[in-house]
Ligand binder design. Structure first.
Ligand code: BG6
Length: 464
């Protein structure tokens, strides 16, 4: 059956400054938390390839955008690096950064590509991290200032703004996980970081509205629907808690303008009160978004804990529930993530039914695969049929959700050209376009790139 999408559906891709720009030491940029973490712990990064080995969008954006246009894609998300625009805590925008982002935005507009600009993609400038990063409430006003600068400098042309990409990730990986500085395993500090990030988001939304800029502003959340192992009330309770920490911690403030009372109470009941000050509710209320980006990769499957917790172990979300390894689940073995296309539908239906059917788009979805070399064909390009199948299965669910009334406007694949991906560096490739890292970073369109071009031309595709 043909899955048809509207002519104005946003066919795009997502990327980020810290993962694709490169030129980390050029143009006056200061190191971000990732550059410093690589300096401290390079062995943690796949093949010890660090953030300075990015795809060089800084010098090659015209080439990338030309290929982007050739594939018929219409909207491109990247981010403005705080560490490039306002390095070392300066209040005066770095002229080289202003030139670079102006050139990128102008090049997109000339090609008829809509820029979607995000302001924070896990990439705290080191000078702010040294002062405590998101644990320090002063960072909230610093972020508002950065956002204001971005709106003032580029708001005459950018019409889709996003304050944060996946704001729950930094609290999780750096404060209750072991994947980023400061690796502290402390749930109270993690949720303090999350809380201050909510305030920073709301301040940036307020700055956007105060400036009466054109367009829309919102946030990008990685929503992982939380499914209990069974209908046993303890499993259901466990899944609810996983949802509260991972999803509701940001969904409620950004979609309803209130901070979850349940989360506040849970943290207080466990002697980890959140650092709430009088009047914060008024700030949070300003954070209601115009548009929500939904990043969907995999669900969380959850069960009640099998074993009692070591009382000396640090408290983490996993103190309160276990992950459930469902028999028969389909897995992407390269990334270890479950493949469950219906999850994307469940996310959209939840937003339709419980969050006023706010305007959304799929801001990330994709399949990371290690070593695509065996799939290279005689013409020299990678035949990534597995990625096409993955995208089709997810788009079919998006199509179903739209046909049932969901206000979903587009689909952005992660990513356009294979990018550097945090600890995984270049292990898993996600792009419509291959990055030949050791061949002068040459870009070569994959089969999925040619496939999406046809989908866009036809405004849809045939599906089993
Ligand atoms: C998303 C992030 O969660 O997943 C991206 O926004 C990231 O920055 C992408 O690269 C894929 O995850 P990973 O860990 O395989 O790079």
């Amino acid at each position: 059956m043909f899955k048809d999408f509207s002519k104005d559906f946003w066919w795009g891709t997502a990327s980020s400054g810290p993962q694709h720009e490169g030129a980390a030491l050029e143009g006056g940029r200061e190191p971000s938390i990732w550059d410093k973490y690589y300096e401290m712990s390079s062995e943690r990064f796949f093949n010890e390839v660090g953030p300075q080995e990015c795809g060089d969008f800084y010098h090659r954006f015209k080439e990338d955008l030309t290929i982007f246009k050739e594939l018929g894609l219409t909207s491109y998300r990247t981010s403005i690096q705080w560490s490039r625009l306002l390095p070392f805590g300066t209040k005066t925008p770095n002229p080289d950064a202003v030139r670079f982002y102006n050139e990128v935005i102008d090049a997109m507009l000339e090609l008829g590509i809509t820029p979607f600009m995000n302001l924070h993609h896990f990439d705290m400038p080191w000078s702010h991290q040294e002062k405590g990063g998101w644990e320090n409430r002063d960072t909230v006003k610093e972020f508002r200032y950065f956002a204001e600068q971005c709106f003032q400098l580029f708001g005459d042309r950018v019409e889709y703004w996003f304050t944060f990409n996946e704001p729950i990730v930094v609290p999780y990986i750096a404060y209750v996980g072991d994947h980023l500085y400061p690796n502290v395993m402390d749930m109270q500090r993690a949720m303090t970081v999350a809380y201050h990030t909510s305030l920073a988001h709301a301040e940036a939304m307020d700055a956007f509205r105060q400036g009466s800029y054109k367009g829309k502003a919102g946030i990008i959340l990685n929503i992982a629907p939380s499914y209990p192992r069974s209908s046993n009330p303890e499993d259901v309770k466990a899944a609810h808690l996983a949802d509260l920490f991972h999803n509701e911690s940001f969904k409620e403030p950004v979609l309803k303008g209130t901070y979850s009372q349940e989360l506040i109470k849970f943290m207080a009941d466990h002697n980890m009160p959140l650092p709430i000050l009088e009047g914060d509710d008024k700030i949070i209320a300003k954070g209601k978004v115009d548009i929500l980006g939904v990043n969907y990769y995999a669900p969380q499957r959850v069960k009640v804990k099998d074993n009692l917790v070591n009382p000396k172990a640090p408290i983490r979300p996993g103190t309160f529930f276990d992950s459930y390894d469902m028999p028969g689940k389909k897995i992407n073995p390269h990334r270890g993530w479950e493949i469950y296309p219906q999850g994307i539908y469940d996310c959209l239906i939840d937003i339709r039914d419980n969050y006023n059917n706010i305007e959304t788009f799929i801001s990330e979805n994709g399949m990371g695969v290690e070593n695509e070399e065996p799939f290279r064909n005689a013409q020299g390009f990678i035949e990534d049929s597995y990625r096409i199948d993955f995208i089709k299965d997810h788009l079919a669910q998006v199509h179903k959700a739209i046909s049932e009334g969901c206000n979903c406007k587009g689909y952005h694949l992660w990513t356009f050209v294979d990018t550097w991906s945090w600890m995984n560096a270049y292990k898993n490739r996600y792009g419509y376009v291959e990055l030949q890292l050791h061949n002068d970073k040459k870009r070569v369109i994959k089969k999925s790139g040619y496939w999406i071009k046809k989908v866009i031309e036809d405004s849809g595709f045939d599906y089993k």
